[in-house]
Design a protein around this ligand. Sequence first.
Ligand SMILES: Nc1ncnc2c1ncn2[C@@H]1O[C@H](COP(=O)(O)OP(=O)(O)OP(=O)(O)O)[C@@H](O)[C@H]1O
Ligand SMILES: [Mg+2]
Length: 356
Amino acid sequence: MSEISLNNVCKSFGGVQVIDGISLDIESGELVVFLGPSGSGKSTLLRMIAGLETIDEGELTIGGKRSEHLAPGQRDVAMVFQNYALYPHMSVRENMAFGLKNIRMPKDEIERRVNDAARILEMDALLDRRPAQLSGGQRQRVAIGRAIVKEPAAFLFDEPLSNLDAALRVRTRVELAELHQRMQSTMIYVTHDQTEAMTLADRIIILNDCQIEQIGTPMDVYLYPNSRFVAGFVGSPGMNFLQAELSGTAGKQQAKLGDGSQIELSVDLGPGAYELGIRPEAVRVSATPAATTGTATVVERLGERTLVHLRLEDGTELIAQDGGHSEVKPGDLVHLTFDTSQLHLFDDKGRAHHAK
Ligand SMILES: Nc1ncnc2c1ncn2[C@@H]1O[C@H](COP(=O)(O)OP(=O)(O)OP(=O)(O)O)[C@@H](O)[C@H]1O
Ligand SMILES: [Mg+2]
């Protein structure tokens, strides 16, 4: 049975719809990420599950229990926010115990839960410190500890790492992934950062324009985006988009690029003008004449690989990938090959058609 189910939930603020009929089943133990641009309704959807926003229409089930009319405290979930706001005058132990004391839980049960949470988070040695005596990452762990002690059916995280600096964000992200593996608990994690989504999620739910744009595993949405929007949103650097004219018949088609070069491919589409999408790693620098040539404008060395920004003869810009020891310099004319198994064509409605 699903741990959390949404059935056709809707939400408007002052007549403006922000969630438009979303249905979704989250399995027990799953880590699901809501990913989408700013304003796409990620926090609103999470807050509707937590009970911090009302649900205008539709059904919510948590742990098998209809929950849309329950108060936040009656829903079996715990939320961790971006601004974790710990009580500065309380120790870590007291911060974690606070919510449980408020509901008059017996003392020995509180102690057991706080000790369990501290062990899970590897914070045993820090229990008597005040928040001011902790690093940013440790403070965020205390905030997660406050959620763990509630022993909820599901954890809800709203951009919990966005206040941390870049290096700490990466470390804490790994800690969270480990925590999820240890606890095997159901988690919903909201972020606008596609790297966070790719690295953490069992499934990514991509939100756009009040609706779910795509649901899939990280590699599903990366390899088989079902729209121009998803293709452009997932992956860093982003997918290249080029204008293409498709001709030929099924099984043997040609996509003609703006610079006149032709790419052979096979895709379930009729002739016409499309947008062609290809990720930088599928455009490679070749030592010998290949599909087309471009002039290198910027060469970004990332260590293990090199990103070569190029301009084709007609002015089309794209990014290709070369090895870490690439010899390409700005101004060089380079040959380019396209991995035609990684091509996508987008029609005028933005729907994706994957090359075979
Ligand atoms: N209390 C509110 N009253 C009116 N409009 C709201 C309210 N809360 C959110 N909105 C609007 O609803 C839409 C979705 O907001 P939401 O906060 O869910 O987006 P988000 O995806 O979490 O964005 P971000 O990545 O910036 O956090 C936005 O257009 C926002 O302006
Ligand atoms: Mg938000």
